[in-house]
Design a protein around this ligand. Structure first.
Ligand code: ADP
Length: 382
């Protein structure tokens, strides 16, 4: 495979498969697509069929997966537990290890496992690489990773803070250093990944030292449909007083909470529109979202001690000037200032939104999880 330089990146979710083909000789994106509604009417029957559809689509665009140019397949895997802390070449044993982690990520890891199995059948000759969403957070010190519960119980059930969106936090923290013209080892960055899912991380000198998501991607920031932090007693209360079952509460907190639960919409664009029309629920949702974000900015400022940059990324972070302005308002005391003119600029490039000479650089840094996965995959496959 000396000359082969294509990498196929697969992100197999519970009901969709996103795919991208990149040429790593140039890091150029050759093709990208998504197969949605797996298992639903009008969608693909299962993950195997979804992947075949992806392969057909790529073939029609001139990028057959039977090509000798294809060097490897990179898979996004959500949960690596404590066992997988770096990109890993898939073997039968590794696959079994990812399956062992299903109880920690029941919605995600099974789809990831299926994606790997199908891709292996498609091209058994190729290296398959698993890139874990948790891996970048493996460096978080014990003080931040441990929950203050009975150690014996916690260890028996693997309960600790793992963190997620790791490929994004890794990519964005490095890209932020590059934007500042400095080495990752020399800068401390707070990364705010604000998409449908949302998480914050504190990165000291290129090494992650804290993150807002925990055992699962439910903890931390207010998200599109997830509550983020709640008092755990809310759950007992819903059980004892509300008569709700475990699965019902799981659905409530993961799918019917966050922005959606607060105002009936989970898209920040719609919330902005409704706020413009004087919708009080939308206003409250925005304020709860921003308040939580500011708490984490403050907390991670204390964790890092010195902050060189705050980086906004993902759908909301890259596009919502209103969220960025509100999140950074009145934080001059922390050295964080947003220039309204710079903040209003729409661009797909990494850029500063703080005034020149600010103590802390406030930046918008578009994430690229697929490129990060492709880089990890290519490096390992070679
Ligand atoms: P995912 O977590 O699914 O990858 P994204 O990072 O693509 O999500 O973020 C999706 C979210 O980004 C949308 O739900 C929406 O709230 C937000 N978003 C996208 N475009 C804009 C925009 N122009 N203004 C405000 N919010 C936006």
């Amino acid at each position: 495979m000396s000359g082969a330089s294509w990498v196929l990146v697969l992100n197999s979710g519970s009901s969709s498969v996103k795919y991208q083909l990149l040429d790593m000789a140039t890091e150029r994106r050759l093709a990208a697509g998504i197969v949605e509604r797996i298992g639903e009417e009008g969608g693909a029957g299962d993950h195997a069929e979804a992947l075949r559809r992806a392969a057909t689509d790529l073939k029609e665009r001139g990028f057959g997966l039977d090509s000798p140019e294809l060097a490897a397949v990179g898979h996004r895997v959500v949960h690596g537990g404590t066992r997988f802390t770096r990109p890993t070449l898939v073997t039968d044993e590794v696959l079994a290890g990812i399956e062992d982690l299903v109880p920690l990520a029941p919605l995600h890891n099974p789809a990831n496992v299926t994606g790997i199995k199908v891709a292996r059948e498609l091209r058994p000759d190729l290296p398959q690489v698993a890139v874990f969403d948790t891996a970048f957070h493996a460096t978080i010190p014990e003080a931040a990773a441990r929950y203050a519960i009975d150690t014996e119980v916690a260890d028996r059930f693997g309960i600790r803070r793992y963190g997620f969106h790791g490929t994004s936090h890794a990519y964005v923290s490095r890209a932020t250093a590059a934007l500042l013209g400095r080495e990752p080892a020399d800068v401390n960055v707070i990364v705010l990944h604000l998409g449908n899912g949302a998480s914050a991380s504190a990165v000291r000198g290129g090494v992650c030292v804290d993150t807002s998501m925990g055992l699962t991607p439910l903890e931390g920031l207010v998200m599109g449909t997830r509550s983020g932090d709640v008092d755990p007693a809310v759950i007992f209360h819903l059980e004892r007083v509300g008569g709700m079952g475990t699965d019902e509460i799981d659905t409530l907190l993961n799918k019917r909470s966050g922005l959606l639960g607060l105002c009936g919409a989970n898209d920040m664009r719609e919330i902005g529109r409704r706020m413009g029309e004087g919708d009080a629920a939308a206003q409250t949702a925005f304020e709860v979202y921003v308040h939580r974000l500011r708490r984490y900015v403050g907390a991670f400022t204390a964790v890092l001690g010195r902050v060189d940059a705050v980086a906004f990324t993902a759908g909301v972070g890259e596009n919502s000037a209103a969220v960025r302005a509100a999140a950074m308002a009145d934080l001059e005391g922390l050295g964080m200032v947003v220039d309204p003119v710079r903040n209003a600029v729409r661009s797909s490039a990494a850029r500063l939104v703080s005034p020149d000479g600010s103590r802390v650089a406030v930046a918008v840094v578009p994430t690229d999880e697929e490129l990060e996965i492709a880089r990890d995959t290519y490096a390992l496959a070679r």
